[in-house]
Design a protein around this ligand. Structure first.
Ligand code: NDP
Length: 303
């Protein structure tokens, strides 16, 4: 059941979209497309996850190949690119996709995005890569954040349909790996911060402080970060790391207190030890008066 290239490219149908993958995110994406009045075809490896969407008007496809021929635009959102490959690189699906567009909103690495694009080019599939930077609850609302990369004209062509997902959409350029690269950097911030928060909760609990008691102050600490991202960006890009207000020597001492308190309670301090170790290395190289972000140079092997 495959549709030929001309049929796909001549249509430019902006009223239909196929969603492959109906985990929490795929279901939210499909729901937002339905809310926008689009003709939505859905498919998921495990059947039955589309019940609510079908009740709201989605068409349930019996196979991935049947799903992709229903629309000129297919949005894929599954756990990782191994799963994407398992779906798209079956001959019947690849044939059915010829001439149509895939927007892959699955998270993975920049290299996997580039590999997917090479596969798409080889098989006559038009390909855009993307990343979703906000939770499922934001989809279809102004709070959603989407990053896109790949050929700009292709992005512009499908932008009206993608806008149905709400929020802000940023095209980061033709390099197909760009969205995944931003995703990795941003998730690095998120997961490192969450690891720090989990560790802080363990230390706080050991000291008899509940998560609820800590919360308002934890929020205060979190609020310090966004202005720093803005203020320090210029310095970092210029390779200067002013430590006037908070030099590395002071930061390392603060981190050592966390390590000692954790270990006194028998709590693993490995993550903080690693950060303190980097700070001490930079101090050893003569950068003690610099700011903490000097360690980014160290990590990048630039010193
Ligand atoms: P998951 O990351 O758990 O992905 C679940 C989906 O992947 C299901 O449709 C599942 O199918 C499918 N899948 C897994 N393995 C395979 C396979 N081998 N072959 C075919 N399909 C497979 O849930 P989400 O929906 O939450 O996430 C989807 C993507 O969105 C991920 O890349 C995630 O990082 C990203 N994302 C999610 C956010 C969120 O808040 N949830 C926020 C931002 C990004 P089945 O039902 O058959 O198991």
């Amino acid at each position: 059941m495959s549709r030929n290239v001309t049929e796909h490219t001549e249509h430019h149908d902006q009223s239909a979209v196929t969603v492959l993958g109906l985990g929490p995110m795929g279901r939210s994406l499909a729901g937002a497309f339905l809310d926008a009045g689009l003709r939505v075809t859905v498919w998921n490896r495990t059947p039955g996850r589309d019940r609510e969407l079908v009740a709201r008007g989605a068409v349930s496809a019996r196979s991935a190949e049947e799903a992709v021929v229903a629309s000129g635009l297919t949005v894929v959102c599954v756990v990782n690119y191994d799963a994407v490959d398992a779906i798209l690189r079956r001959e019947a699906v690849t044939d059915a996709l010829k001439g149509s567009t895939v927007v892959n909103l699955t998270a993975d690495t920049p290299d996997r995005a580039r590999d997917a694009a090479a596969w798409a080019t080889e098989h006559g599939v038009r390909y855009l890569d993307g990343a979703i930077m906000t939770p499922v609850t934001t989809i279809g609302t102004p709070a959603a954040v989407f990053l896109h990369s790949g050929p700009e004209d292709l992005y512009r062509e499908h932008q009206p349909v993608l806008q149905a997902l709400g929020g802000t959409h940023t095209h980061l350029g033709d390099d197909i790996g760009r969205a995944a690269a931003y995703d990795i950097a941003l998730l690095d911030i998120f997961w490192t911060a969450m690891a720090g928060y989990a560790h802080a909760l363990a230390v706080a609990r050991a000291e008899g402080i509940s998560a609820r008691q800590l919360a308002p102050f934890a929020k205060g600490i979190g609020d310090i970060l966004p202005p720093l991202f803005e203020e320090l960006a210029e310095e970092v890009d210029n390779g200067t790391f002013s430590g006037e207000d908070n030099p590395l020597t002071s930061a390392a001492s603060s981190m050592a207190h966390i390590v000692h308190t954790s270990e006194a309670h028998g709590i693993d301090a490995g993550v903080m030890r690693a950060a303190e170790g980097l700070a001490r290395r930079a101090i050893g190289q003569g950068y003690g008066a610099d700011g903490f972000l000097r360690i980014a140079e160290l990590l990048g092997g630039r010193q």
